[in-house]
Every structure is written in structure tokens, then in C-alpha cells.
Write a protein that binds this ligand. Structure first.
Ligand code: HEC
Length: 141
């Protein structure tokens, strides 16, 4: 009898572990209730905005007021992505949260530098922001 209870307990633990594993996988790939997948968020918003913003910040930075405004839009969208990545039960662990904090905070500093039309300050904040891409991808991509 004890043996039977023991093995039933073992099966329950195993099933729990498998379920938790598939759930945390689902959280990384997609939130719990909303349709946007992480792949769509990355490929459609985060990747292109980050690439274009990086290019805009080269040299003397954006050419005119309109281009600076566009740089601000991109920094704000990246900031919002840092919040979206934490929403809807998506966050699986501390590494993910830490990367989202970096993305949120550095894009906020980047926005301030863009508002001041400070190209080298904006570049510095941009480089710090991309640390978030690397740390999350190393663990979860
Ligand atoms: C909190 C975690 C996290 C952060 C921060 C993050 N990513 Fe991702 N990224 C992922 C995950 C997870 C995937 C894989 C998604 C999949 O294929 O299901 C991914 C995939 C991608 C892809 C491939 C998309 C595709 O179409 O396959 C690109 C491009 C990308 N990220 C760009 C970035 C950039 C640029 C940054 C920083 C500005 C960034 N990511 C920050 C988690 C993150």
C-alpha cells in the first residue's frame, strides 16, 4: 500500500512538473489571454523599431525636427514593448523581468536624450537598452 501511494505521489509530481514546464513555455511564446505572440511582437515591432532607431542615431543623429520626433516615437514604442512583455502572465522568471526593467528604464532615458536632441547621449542609452535584448535572448529565445 505504501508503495502504491509512493508511486501515485511520484506520478502526480511528474505530471505537475510537465504541466508547469509547458505553461512556462506558453508564457514565453504568448501571453495567457491576448493573441499577440512574442514572435510577432519581436518581428513586427521591437526588431524593426530598434534597428531603425539605431540607424537614426548614427553620427550627428536625426537630421531635422521631424526625424527627432520619429526617433522619440520609436523609443516610446520600445518602452511600451518592455511593459507588454511583462503583461498578460508572460514573464516566466527573474531574467525576463530584469531584461524588461532594462528595456523600460533605458528607453525612458533614451526618450529624455531625444527630447534634448542629444545624439551622443541617446546613442549611449540605446546601447544600454540593447543589453536587454541580449540578456533575454540568451536565456529564452
Ligand atoms: C524579455 C525578453 C525579451 C526581450 C527584452 C527582447 N526579446 Fe526579442 N525575443 C524574445 C523571445 C522569447 C523571442 C523568440 C520568440 C519566438 O520565436 O517564439 C525573441 C525573438 C526576437 C526576434 C526574432 C523574431 C522572429 O520573427 O523570429 C527579434 C528580431 C528580436 N527578438 C529582437 C529583439 C530586440 C531588438 C530586442 C531589444 C530591443 C529584444 N528582442 C528584446 C524575447 C525578448
Amino acid at each position: 500500500m505504501r508503495k502504491l501511494i509512493g508511486s501515485l505521489f511520484g506520478i502526480a509530481v511528474l505530471a505537475g512538473a510537465l504541466l508547469a514546464g509547458s505553461q512556462s513555455q506558453a508564457q514565453v511564446k504568448q501571453g495567457k489571454t491576448r493573441p499577440l505572440t512574442t514572435k510577432q511582437l519581436m518581428g513586427g515591432l521591437v526588431g524593426p523599431q530598434c534597428k531603425e532607431l539605431g540607424a537614426m542615431l548614427q553620427g550627428a543623429g536625426p537630421a531635422d525636427d521631424k526625424a527627432w520626433e520619429m526617433a522619440g516615437t520609436k523609443a516610446a514604442l520600445l518602452n511600451e514593448s518592455g511593459h507588454t512583455l511583462m503583461a498578460d502572465g508572460r514573464c516566466p522568471d527573474a531574467t525576463w523581468k530584469g531584461a524588461c526593467d532594462t528595456l523600460q528604464n533605458c528607453s525612458k532615458v533614451l526618450l529624455e536624450k531625444v527630447a534634448a536632441k542629444d545624439a551622443s547621449g541617446a546613442r549611449e542609452a540605446f546601447t544600454a537598452m540593447t543589453g536587454s535584448c541580449k540578456s533575454c535572448h540568451a536565456a529564452h529565445k
